[in-house]
Design a protein around this ligand. Structure first.
Ligand SMILES: Nc1ncnc2c1ncn2[C@@H]1O[C@H](COP(=O)(O)OP(=O)(O)OP(=O)(O)O)[C@@H](O)[C@H]1O
Length: 519
């Protein structure tokens, strides 16, 4: 471009260059990279040579070079070492005073520091400030135009000021995104530490031989990717152990995804497990990842695996065998790397022999079986568990919660059919009723369903109550609430405790006006 053109032609060409520059700055948030391209456009389209972008380092109060266009055949010496202090050289002057500087002949200017040995002393030089929303200087843009008339020089300086404004917007946006990202990463790391802490070994309470063996097993299985099958009654800590395995494994920084298989109706099954593409079926308004995809590089916890239908078992077997699947409505195959932990309180061997559970799936899952004993079989752990729970209650209620010795003795004589969950609920209920925070025997109300004492301990199955669909009594309402509490407010589990069908319990919850808790 000939700068000796008349002003009208020059402005037309600058406008064309401006179009290219604004498109360039629109494409990326990486401002040093887009600035490189902008400086190239300034050189090629406007003969504005040796363009340089410097940005303020707030901590050190100096301008650092972020981008430079060097037309010389040799590389610049130490360009990374070069910086400008406030008031130092022409660039430092722009930082100090916040106004543009236009020089007719660079070599004649006293302020010129010549730190880069890049510029032509005979030619003009322009340096303009980059300012943020509050008019504070955050950097400088400079370039060297060819010899030209005064009106052309003024037009080029105005043009550079416009470009500096655009770059300043980009720089601020990039800072905002960077700060937000850093905040999110800090928050994520904090939450990860908290979750890890919650599932560290110190939160698994128990010192009986069986529990010590379990802790040792957790430590060993955590190291590898082997599939684990957790067995044990409801409330014995299967989910807690699944978490502990994941958060103590090399996958700890990746997702832990829980899937309650009992709560999943067949019509939602496939979409829940494998996700769907937008428009795959009515209601699929956007693409959604399934649980297996979400768990990529992490762990999937398949709770209540014994409650699954034949359709579920078939789909699960396929993904366990092939480790890949397609989203509903999708054409591409998605491969995942997922560690499997499954849990059940059913006797799976019996389910297999009765034809309710696929044998091939059973063998796929039963690689590392772990059995969590019911609380009544490790009642010596109760004092330690009770202390652990009262500590948590003290924190939640911000006061000292404790147990009297007689309460502890009484609790040691009970069979705890709902296991540790029931113990937690019993102590929470009693602590709420306690004015002083001390839990005395009168405040303890054991589950109404199974208020038998430990000696002789009845089996759980022997305590199942029979229900019909006749109008329920007041007592029954209490029993349903109690069963829901003991099963963590999972309807399907509570129904099993009461020997009801899911439909029967849903009916009762509705007509008894029971408000479901979200845990
Ligand atoms: N060894 C333990 N130490 C401390 N807390 C425990 C322990 N075992 C269980 N708990 C607590 O008891 C409650 C029930 O445990 P969890 O949900 O893991 O049982 P679960 O066997 O998965 O039950 P379900 O089969 O009904 O899903 C949780 O709040 C858990 O933190």
């Amino acid at each position: 471009m000939a700068v000796e053109l008349n002003l009208f032609d020059l402005e037309r060409q600058l406008l064309a260059a401006m179009y290219k520059i604004s498109s360039e700055l629109n494409t990326s948030l990486n401002y040093p990279e887009s600035a490189n391209n902008v400086l190239k456009i300034l050189h090629n389209e406007c003969r504005l040579m040796c363009g340089m972008l410097t940005i303020l380092d707030e901590e050190r109060d100096i301008l650092l070079i972020k981008s430079i266009h060097n037309p010389l055949p040799r590389p610049l010496t130490d360009e990374k070492q070069v910086y400008y202090k406030v008031g130092e050289g022409i660039v430092g002057d722009v930082l100090q005073h916040g106004s543009s500087i236009v020089i007719r002949q660079l070599g004649n200017d006293q302020r010129f520091a010549d730190k880069l040995a890049l510029y032509d002393y005979e030619k003009p030089y322009i340096c303009v400030p980059l300012k943020d929303g509050s008019n504070k200087v955050i950097g400088a843009l400079s370039a060297q135009p060819p010899q030209c008339r005064d009106d052309s020089l003024t037009a080029l300086a105005k043009f550079l000021e416009m470009i500096a404004n655009l770059i300043a917007k980009n720089v601020q946006l990039a800072y905002k995104v960077e700060t937000k990202e850093k905040q999110l990463v800090d928050e994520r790391d904090g939450l990860r530490r908290k979750v890890r802490n919650n599932y560290s070994f110190k939160n698994l309470v128990g010192h009986t031989k069986t529990m010590r063996q379990i802790f040792e097993q957790i430590r060993l299985v955590s190291r590898w990717d082997s599939t684990v099958l957790l067995r044990g009654e409801s409330g014995t800590g299967k989910e807690l152990v699944a978490n502990a395995i994941h958060y103590n494994s090399p996958r700890a920084n990746n997702p832990f995804i829980k899937l309650n298989c009992a709560a999943l109706p067949d019509n939602l099954l496939e979409s829940e497990l494998f996700g769907h593409e937008k428009g795959a079926f009515t209601g699929a308004v956007k693409q959604r990842k399934g649980r297996f995809e979400m768990a990529h590089n992490g762990t999937i916890f398949l709770d209540e695996i014994g409650e699954t239908s034949a359709a579920f078992q078939a789909k699960l077997l396929r993904v366990l065998q092939e480790k890949e699947f397609e989203r509903i409505g999708g054409t591409s195959t998605i491969a995942v790397n997922v560690r499997i932990i499954a849990a059940t309180n059913r006797n799976l061997e019996e389910e297999v022999s009765q034809g309710n559970f696929r044998e091939d799936l059973y063998y796929r899952l039963n690689v590392m079986p772990m059995y969590l004993p019911p609380l009544r079989e490790r009642i010596e752990d109760l004092p330690e568990l009770a202390e652990h729970i009262t500590k948590k209650l003290s924190m939640a209620q911000q006061r000292q919660v404790s147990l009297s010795d007689s309460t502890l003795r009484m609790m040691m004589g009970y069979s705890w059919p709902g296991n540790v969950r029931e113990l937690e609920n019993t102590l929470e209920r009693a602590s709420v009723l306690s004015e002083s925070g001390v839990i005395v025997p009168e405040l303890i109300s054991f589950s109404q369903l199974d208020s038998q004492l430990l000696q002789p301990a009845k089996t759980h199955a022997a305590n199942h109550h029979q229900y019909n669909t006749a109008e329920p009594s007041l007592d029954e309402r209490e029993q349903v609430i109690d069963a829901l509490e003991r099963s963590g407010w999972v309807k399907a589990k509570a129904a099993r405790l009461l020997n009801m069908t899911p439909r029967q319990i849903a009916y009762r919850i509705q007509i008894m006006n029971i408000e479901m808790k979200q845990l």
